[in-house]
Structure formats: C-alpha cells, structure tokens
Design a protein. Structure first.
Length: 506
C-alpha cells in the first residue's frame, strides 16, 4: 500500500513537549487557543476531554486540532507525553480525533523520551528533525489503520451487495453507508475486486441471471427483473457483452458441453456424458471409475482460488458445501446449488436440466431401472442389514435411502434401531451409536462397515473389532461382517449402476 508522505519540513513545527504523570482521578488542563497536539499514553489509561471524551490506553496516540484547552484525567496511575506543534501551511490536513497505534510501541516510546530530553536541553534543531520523523511515523500508522478500517467497511458493503443484488444501487449510496467519500470507496472497492462498483454489481447480477436461465423456464424479462435490471434491453446488452450471446442463445449453448466444475456431483455429470473439469478428492475417491483428467480442488473443502484459476463456465455444487465457500465461488462464476439429500434419480434430472442433457438423463435412468428390475427376483426380503461408518470413536448408522441397491434390490430389511431413528423421516441422515451401546444391533444379521480414508481409520476399526459388545453381536459371531471400499459406494446413479453390475457378477 502506498502512503502519503508528510510535507513536514514546511508544514509542521514543534512548539513544546510535556511529560506527565497522573494519579487516578487527577486532572490536567492543557493548552490555550489554536494548537495541534499528539497525546501519547505510555502506561495506564486516561480520559482526554475535548468536545467529546476519548478514552486513551497504553500504546494509544491521539491527534487533535484544538481551538481551546483540553483536559486529561487519569483512570489509574498514568504516564505519557503531550506533543504540541503548529501547522504552518494548510495543504495537508491531519486526521483529527483519531486513535493511532504506532508499532513497535517500545521504539516509539523511546523516541518520545529522547525528544523530551532534547527539548529540555534546548537542542532545537535536533528536536525539529526528530519531531518530523516521529510525526511521519504517526501519519503512516494512521493511514494504514484508516485503510484497514475502510477496507472492512467496503468488504461489508460487498457482502451487502451479494445479499441484496436485486435492489437498486448507486455508488453514492454505497459510499455513504460505508461512511466514505465516493472516491475513497471506489478506490478501495477496485483494490478488493479489480472492478468498479457498478461493473461488479452488473457482473454479479449476470451470474445470478445465468443460474436462473439454467434452472427455470421464466421469461428473460422476468429474470432481468429478478436480478435487479428494470430495463430488459439494457440487461440484454450487458448479457451479450459479458457472454458473447443473448440470454436465449445462452440457454441453447448449454448443450454444447460447457466447462463444468462439480462439488460432489462428478458422478451425475459423468452419467450424462460430461466429464467435469474438477471436483473434491473425497468425491473422486468414491466414484466407480474416475477419469484421470478430473482435477481435485481440495479434499473435503474447496480450494476456491484453484477453482477460479480453472475458469469454469458453471459450478454445480451440493448444499453440503460450506456457505462461506459457496459465497466466495458465487463471486466469479454462476453457481447452481442442488440438494444432496434427495432421490438420486431426481438429482440426476436436476443436473441434466442445468447442463441441457435431459435426453441423456432419460436414457440413463431407463437403463438403471431396467437393470434393477432384472436383478430383483434373485433376492428375497429375509435378512436385516445395516451399513456403518466409523468416525472418531463413534459408529454411524446410515439411512437406508443412501444405499438403495442394498435395500431395494438385495431387499435387506431395516433393523429396529433404524426404524426408530433414520427411517422416521428425511431429517435424519445418520445416527451415532456409542461403542458401549453397540448391542442395539443385536437383531442385525449382516453388518457392512465402510472403509474410511482417514489416517486413524485402522485404529478405529481395530477398537471396534476388539470391543466385547461388538464381539457378542450375532452377525459378528456368525462371520457376517463385511468391510466395504468407498469406491463406487456414493449415492449416485452413476455408482449404483456400477453396484448393479457387481451384483450381476456375483
């Protein structure tokens, strides 16, 4: 960050420096008319009263432009300095009534002590030089703090824009809300976003319009209004400038295999004949087969900057992705959020709608349903089974809807504890069972334990297998415990067709 350098040699002149010590509640009246001063507290804290009250703590400096005397009152035993000076020219205004923290403070405090000693020794020329150096440090620290405070305010303004992008905005209104001038607001906004406020708002609205165009059948005019454009012709011009085509043309172009990045939905994309450019490592590890050209952009959390560098045309994400990650992604690309906990057939249809592959979805679903029906007669609903995952000393029992091949094709029956928990409604995805309560699985005839990729998984599995209550379970004693690899197990039709193919081989 660049700093404004004080024109100190011509503008400012030291007139006095006072060292003070104040007992608790002791007051000091200082100065008369028309003076500038810097109040610095080196130990304790005090109240500085001038027009309003300022509470100044150890390490704080306070710049004031005084028209009359000020009062200092100790909050406790307090020491510090008052540096009085004159401003000989008015081209450059000092920040008034602003707290400044100069770091490192110990070095700054030593400079003040040296300045006081030189003033006592009447070394006026040396005093003036050291005063100007000291004032320069205060000025730069003030500028840095102001930029930091203003940056936070502009960041809050950007968040407000993202939440309320459909509202009418003006730069003047946004700057006023941030308590900044239009010029200051625009300068900081461009530093943060590399765009002017209006350009950023328009681009953000275009992204949201793209999402609506891909997910709804609403008219272009309605979508324009929804994202904050009152004039549909202006919206069309901006959209074409940004995308190279009209909004209607954009809907048609989605069928030409766009660069799609998925977050949890690589399987759905592959089922539709589209290889996504990226997904999370955990998703890729759970695919039946993974094309080598899909890039992992994080393990369980998305590396947002890596995703930005890949420049996807669209991101399709599950609602299991953290909100702050999604908020960051939405700043630079249209982002479609599709619920994870939904029927995998309906989920595939939603993804197909977004990328214009409905015919491919119909075909894939038809093959899947036919294969399910073909295999069902080979199985009968006789045994109770559960699918378990291990995590940090807990055993997690998963809802049947996440393993449709197990419960719909093989036709395993749910256990009693499942009937009381995960199967009561859609709200519960899984249920934690403490090792000491593992006997609740006593009615289960087949146990499946899913392998974890965590480094501690072997230790967790060993602890489970060694637990006396686990060893007493009928399924364990009968040898009906199976450890499943995660590959091909995630709840997508892409993986489920793989599971059906595995059943055929058996």
């Amino acid at each position: 960050m660049s700093h404004t350098t004080l024109q100190a040699s011509t503008q400012y002149h030291l007139t006095n420096i006072t060292a003070f010590t104040l007992a608790e509640d002791e007051a000091l009246l200082y100065g008369e008319a028309l003076f500038h001063c810097l109040v610095v507290v080196t130990t304790g804290s005090l109240t500085c009263s001038y027009v309003e009250d300022y509470l100044v703590h150890k390490g704080d400096s306070l710049l004031l432009d005084c028209q009359h005397s000020l009062q200092l009152k100790g909050q406790q035993l307090t020491t510090g300095y008052i540096v009085m000076f004159q401003q000989l020219a008015t081209k450059q205004a000092l920040p008034q009534g602003r707290y400044v923290r100069v770091r490192p403070f110990g070095q700054f405090s030593l400079q003040l002590e040296q300045l006081f000693e030189r003033m006592q020794a009447q070394q006026h020329f040396a005093c003036q030089i050291q005063f100007l150096q000291l004032l320069e440090r205060v000025w730069q620290a003030s500028e840095q703090q102001f930029f930091g405070d203003a940056k936070s305010k502009v960041e809050e303004s950007i968040t407000y824009i993202q939440k309320h992008y459909a509202l009418p905005f003006s730069v003047e209104q946004l700057a006023q809300q941030a308590n900044l001038s239009r010029r200051q607001y625009t300068r900081i906004f461009k530093k943060l976003t590399l765009a002017t406020p209006i350009a950023y708002i328009n681009q953000y609205r275009i992204f949201r319009a793209q999402e609506l165009l891909l997910q709804t059948t609403d008219s272009v005019q309605k979508i324009a209004l929804c994202v904050g454009f009152d004039d549909v012709h202006y919206f069309n011009r901006l959209f074409k400038k940004a995308m190279g085509c009209s909004p209607k043309g954009y809907i048609q172009l989605r069928q030409t295999n766009p660069r799609v990045a998925t977050l949890h939905y690589a399987g759905e994309s592959l089922a539709l004949g589209i290889t996504p450019i990226a997904d999370l490592q955990t998703t890729l590890l759970q695919l039946a087969t993974t094309p080598s050209d899909i890039i992992a952009i994080g393990t369980t959390c998305c590396h947002v900057e890596q995703l930005r560098d890949l420049a996807p045309d669209i991101v399709i994400a599950s609602d299991a992705i953290a909100c702050d990650e999604l908020s960051q992604i939405e700043k630079f690309v249209p982002t479609i959020i599709i619920p994870w906990d939904m029927n995998p057939v309906a989920r595939l249809q939603k993804v197909a709608q977004v990328i214009g592959k409905r015919d491919q979805a119909v075909q894939f679903i038809a093959h899947y349903e036919a294969e399910k029906q073909q295999l069902k007669p080979y199985y009968s609903p006789t045994k109770r089974a559960v699918v378990l995952r291990l995590d940090e000393g807990k055993v997690w029992l998963h809802a049947a809807r996440f393993f449709p091949i197990f419960y719909e094709v093989v036709q395993y029956q749910i256990s009693a504890i499942m009937a009381q928990t995960t199967e009561v409604g859609d709200a519960m995805k899984r249920y934690a069972i403490a090792l000491c309560d593992i006997e609740v699985l006593a009615d289960v005839e087949v146990l499946y334990v899913v392998t974890g990729y965590e480094a501690d998984f072997p230790e967790w599995l060993a602890a489970l297998q060694a637990h006396p209550a686990w060893c007493k379970l009928p399924a364990v004693q009968a040898g009906n415990v199976h450890v499943l690899a995660q590959q091909g197990l995630a709840n997508s039709l892409y993986n489920q067709r793989y599971q059906l193919a595995t059943l055929k081989k058996l």
